[in-house]
Design a protein around this ligand. Structure first.
Ligand SMILES: Nc1ncnc2c1ncn2[C@@H]1O[C@H](COP(=O)(O)OP(=O)(O)O)[C@@H](O)[C@H]1O
Ligand SMILES: [Mg+2]
Length: 331
């Protein structure tokens, strides 16, 4: 790779995945109603959406399993409609249904894939061993896939898709159904993929997962991308951090209102919402201010916006009052 080429200019020149006005309907239901995406090479992209949003449909179109009704899509420089073979040669796809053969061992599964890809015996064995090591399944290489836990199956499944050394890998809900521990292991796996230069297109219903893994996130809802950006950019679109102070004594509550004129009142609960960042210094300053006027709150909670808030604020599940959606973090 020429070192003179800046990664940014290179990715700007040739995105790993790009779509323009991508459309797909089933009957009279528009599942994808004009999707525009641009995913730089070597990044992790998360398509975030609830069940039925059209995530799998998008992955299927991009991996040439089904055809779009309209619009364009390129993957690794190949058009899905006019050069499906080029796309297929450049991608790996892992869906909710694993491509594993339960009767074969982990190693045999990988060797079978190497065979299908006509890598040759020696290269196939080398590649299988490398992937067994990399995905931490070397110890159980001789065990049948049927004996594997959910997390191990997903790892082996991803290893299978990597036999062909794809440029772009699609992971459709890679952690759905996994326990929290396996989910974390899977996150590490995804991170290691990117470290190896692969572009990862993942779908998820989990906001935290997108937040943890993705360089950029697109929120899919009602057949459209309703928001797109980094996790931080999305978070910036909703109300910021605040501290909620609750009082038991109405007189004290009234004095607090005077002391914090900019705060939002919740008279019913004798609570005040004070905007500001949730760091230690800001909290200390807040308490100092309370002390200075001799007010004591019954309790307090710190609220930091996360992707849940973004999602609810953007997908129309909520109302215009986004304050309802601020998730509470009791400290
Ligand atoms: N082959 C199909 N025929 C009819 N409707 C479909 C078909 N595949 C998907 N759909 C519908 O398209 C919508 C999006 O599905 P899907 O892409 O699987 O969503 P997601 O993966 O986000 O859960 C759903 O309402 C689903 O019922
Ligand atoms: Mg799906």
């Amino acid at each position: 790779m020429p070192v003179s080429v800046m990664p940014t200019s290179r990715s700007a020149a040739s995105p790993a995945v790009s779509t323009a006005d991508l459309r797909k309907s089933y009957g009279d239901k528009a599942v994808l109603d004009g999707i525009d995406l641009r995913i730089p090479s070597g990044s992790v992209f998360a398509l975030l959406g609830p069940n039925g949003a059209g995530k799998t449909t998008t992955v299927k179109i991009l991996s040439t399993l089904i055809a779009a009704d309209g619009g364009q899509a390129q993957v690794a420089g190949h058009d899905v409609a006019t050069s499906p073979d080029g796309v297929r040669a450049a991608i790996g796809v892992t869906g909710q249904f694993a491509a594993l053969d339960d009767l074969l061992t982990a190693e045999e599964n990988l060797l079978l894939m190497a065979d299908l890809l006509r890598l040759g015996k020696r290269e196939g064995r080398r590649r299988a061993q490398e992937l067994l090591d990399r995905f931490d399944i070397a110890d159980v290489a001789k065990n049948r896939a049927a004996t594997f836990s959910g997390g191990m199956r997903r790892r082996l499944d991803i290893a299978m898709t990597l036999v062909g050394d794809p440029k772009v890998i699609f992971l459709d809900e890679p952690t759905t159904g996994l326990d929290p521990r396996s989910r974390r292991t899977m996150w590490e796996t995804v991170r290691s993929l990117v470290a190896g230069g692969t572009t990862v297109f993942l779908t998820t219903q989990y906001l935290e997962e997108a937040d943890q893994l993705a360089d950029r996130i697109a929120v899919l809802d009602g057949g459209r991308i309703v928001a797109e950006g980094t996790a931080d950019e999305l978070k910036a679109q909703i109300p910021g951090s605040h501290v909620r102070l609750r009082f038991t004594d109405p007189a004290e509550y009234d004095r607090a209102i005077t002391a914090f004129p900019g705060a939002t009142r919740d008279d019913e609960n004798l609570a005040l919402r004070v905007a500001g960042d949730a760091g230690m210094d800001a909290l200390r300053a807040l308490f100092d201010r309370l002390d200075a006027v001799g007010i004591r709150a019954a309790d307090f909670s710190v609220h930091t916006p996360d992707l849940d808030d973004v999602f609810l604020a953007l997908t129309g599940d909520g109302t215009a009052d986004t304050s309802r959606h601020v998730k509470e973090t009791q400290r």
